[in-house]
Design a protein. Structure first.
Length: 372
């Protein structure tokens, strides 16, 4: 049975950002590097963090690409070393947090990022990294408590670094910071959170505490996502969605499944991760349902659906109501790429924990169903 492990320190509520100086002191961090992205800066959130930190303003790396890269990690590392930093504060969505993890890894390890990918056995080489404190500004990825960092290497290859040591030491989850998130971003990141709950609940790994958290994630995200999209200033809805995202991240240790396996090669083409998951969930659920009927029934009950309702149909209608595309063709994907994408999906490590074994041919059918 896989390891059960909870190790994050989490400060969660409106106004939690004011706890930042004390939390950094607890970590022994005196000179943090702040890693963020231009959108977060434009939304005024960097200024709020700087205001929360009294004293000398920290160096800021704000060039996190929407899909983080090794080159960006090395540029941020140069800033980290140039200023004699001793820890990283990540402010943003999954990209900024993943980049911060990579910087903290490179700051304390020899070689380059390519040496630490899960595929090449690099996880065993990951020792203690520099302390990371994560402050999410979207409610979706759960990266603030997650153990993975996914980056694109200089050669174009995508790698996932996965280790318990990559989990941020502290997460400060302040729903105040998500109030200005635009509706489409709220919808896409929120569907990512929902997909984490659904996929980890259905995965083959046995981890009852994570399964319980996954169900709570599903209930919260399913109940509140529409409200958070339609009324972005609803503080209750924002609190609930940030909690659902956090719970989704806490369940990663129960692994995921075919939605994320099929989503990764598509994500490499530049499509938004959460949007892809929203599109892929219904066809993957239709594929998985015969293998796990009792779990599907439990998910439906959790969401308040009647036994006769179809979970996949319900998710498709929800996705449409919150303004997201429901088909890959709407993203402009070239259908000719499907066989190659299906092949790649079947080799993804997350495919191994899908409740129904999926071959490349299965992924082709799933992607074709997701296309039109
Ligand atoms: Zn995800």
């Amino acid at each position: 049975m896989p390891l059960i492990s909870y190790m994050s320190r989490i400060q969660f509520d409106f106004g939690a950002l004011r706890l930042l100086p004390g939390e950094l002191a607890l970590l022994g961090v005196q000179r943090p590097l702040l890693v963020t992205d231009p959108g977060v800066r434009a939304a005024g959130l960097v200024d709020r963090v700087l205001a929360a930190l009294d004293g000398t303003p920290p160096p800021v790396f704000e060039d996190t690409p929407s899909n983080p890269t090794e080159a960006a990690a090395e540029a941020a590392l140069a800033l980290y070393r140039g200023h004699g930093c001793d820890g990283v504060v990540a402010l943003g969505g999954g990209s900024a947090i993943d980049l911060a993890k990579a910087v903290a890894l490179l700051a304390t390890h020899p070689g380059s990022l390519g040496d630490y990918g899960i595929r090449g056995g690099g996880s065993q080489r990951i020792r203690e990294i520099a302390p990371v404190l994560a402050i999410p500004t979207t409610a979706g990825t759960g990266a603030e408590v997650g153990r993975a960092a996914t980056l694109t290497l200089k050669g174009g290859r995508k790698i996932a670094c996965v280790s318990l040591r990559l989990i941020p030491k502290t997460a400060i989850c302040d729903p105040e910071l998500t109030l200005s998130l635009p509706p489409l971003m709220t919808a896409a990141t929120g569907m990512d959170a929902l997909s984490h709950g659904v996929e980890s609940y259905l995965s083959t790994w046995v981890n009852p505490p994570a399964a319980a958290i996954a169900l709570d994630c599903v209930e919260r995200a399913g109940r509140w996502i529409e409200r958070a999209v339609s009324h972005g200033d609803d503080r209750d809805a924002r609190w609930q969605m940030l909690m659902a995202a956090l719970e989704g991240g806490l369940t990663f240790q129960k692994s995921l499944g075919a939605v994320h396996a099929a989503g990764h090669p598509l994500g490499a083409l530049g499509y938004h991760h959460g949007t892809l998951n929203a599109i892929l969930l219904p066809p993957v659920l239709r594929f998985n349902a015969p293998a796990v009927p009792e779990k599907i029934a439990r998910l439906k009950a959790t969401l308040g659906l009647a036994p006769a309702d179809d979970l996949a149909d319900w998710i498709e209608r929800l996705t449409r109501r919150i303004g997201l595309p429901t088909k890959l063709s709407e993203l402009g994907l070239d259908a000719a790429l499907i066989p190659e994408l299906a092949e790649e999906a079947s080799h993804e490590h997350l495919s191994e924990t899908n409740p129904r074994p999926a071959t490349a041919a299965d992924y082709r059918h799933i992607l074709e169903a997701a296309y039109v």
